[in-house]
Design a protein around this ligand. Sequence first.
Ligand code: AP5
Length: 212
Amino acid sequence: MILVLLGAPGVGKGTQAQLISKEFSIPQISTGDILRKEVKEESELGKKAKTFMDSGGLVPDDVIVDMMEKRIKESDCANGFILDGFPRTIAQADALDKMLEKNNLKLDSAILVDVAQDKIVERLTGRRVCEKCGAVYHIKNNPPKKEGICDLCGGKLIQRDDDKEEIVLNRLKIYEELTQPLIAYYSEKNKLKKVDGVGAIEDIFKRVKAVL
Ligand code: AP5
C-alpha cells in the first residue's frame, strides 16, 4: 500500500501516519523528520534545509525530490510506505508520479486530514516530541504518562523550534499558497480521500481505516 498524507501543518498527519504504519506494517516516511535529523547532524543537506525550516518556508523542490527518490528505494519500502509531508507542491507531486512510474509502483490514496485553522495553532504550540524516537505528544490532548518523558523510550520531550506561534502562522500561509492546490490535483486523479481530523485520535484513525 502506498499512501500520501495531506493536510495543513498540525492537523495530525504524523500522529495518524504512526498508527497506519503500525497497523499495516509499512514505514512512515516523514520529510520533516528526515530533514530535522539532517539538521541535527549538521550534514550538507541539513545546513541547506535549516534556513528554510527556521522561517517556516519550504525547502527547495529539487533537494526534497532527490532525497525522496533515494528513500523509497530502501528495502523497508518493498511492501509500501506512507508519505507524511511529501509532496508539498505541484512540482513535487509531478515528481512523485514519475518516481512511482519509473519503479512500477502505484499510489493507492491521498488522505486529506481536515481541521479548521483556529484549532491548528493550539495543537502546534502544545505539541511536544521525543528527541530520541520522534513520538508525538500534546500537553493537553495527548499528554505522556510522566511530564516531559516519552512513554515509549524514556527520551526527553522537547518543543520544535518551528512550533512558535509566529512561525506556525507563516507555515499555514505557505500551506495555503503552495500545498492546498494538491487537493484538486489528487481529486482530479480520483485518489483523494477526505477525513475529518477533529475528535479523539483513535476515532480519526477509525475514519482513516474506513476510507482505505
Ligand atoms: P513537517 O515536520 O512535515 O511539518 P508539518 O507538515 O508542518 O506537519 P507537522 O509535523 O507540524 O504536523 P502534523 O500534521 O504531522 O501533526 P502532528 O501529528 O504532529 O515539516 C517541517 C518543515 O520541514 C516544513 O515547514 C518545511 O520547512 C520542511 N519540509 C518538510 N517536508 C517538506 C517538503 N516536502 N518540501 C519542502 N519542505 C519540506 O500533530 C500536531 C499536534 O496535535 C501534536 O501535539 C498531536 O499530539 C496533536 N494531535 C494530533 N491529533 C490530534 C487530535 N485528533 N486532537 C487533538 N490533538 C491532536
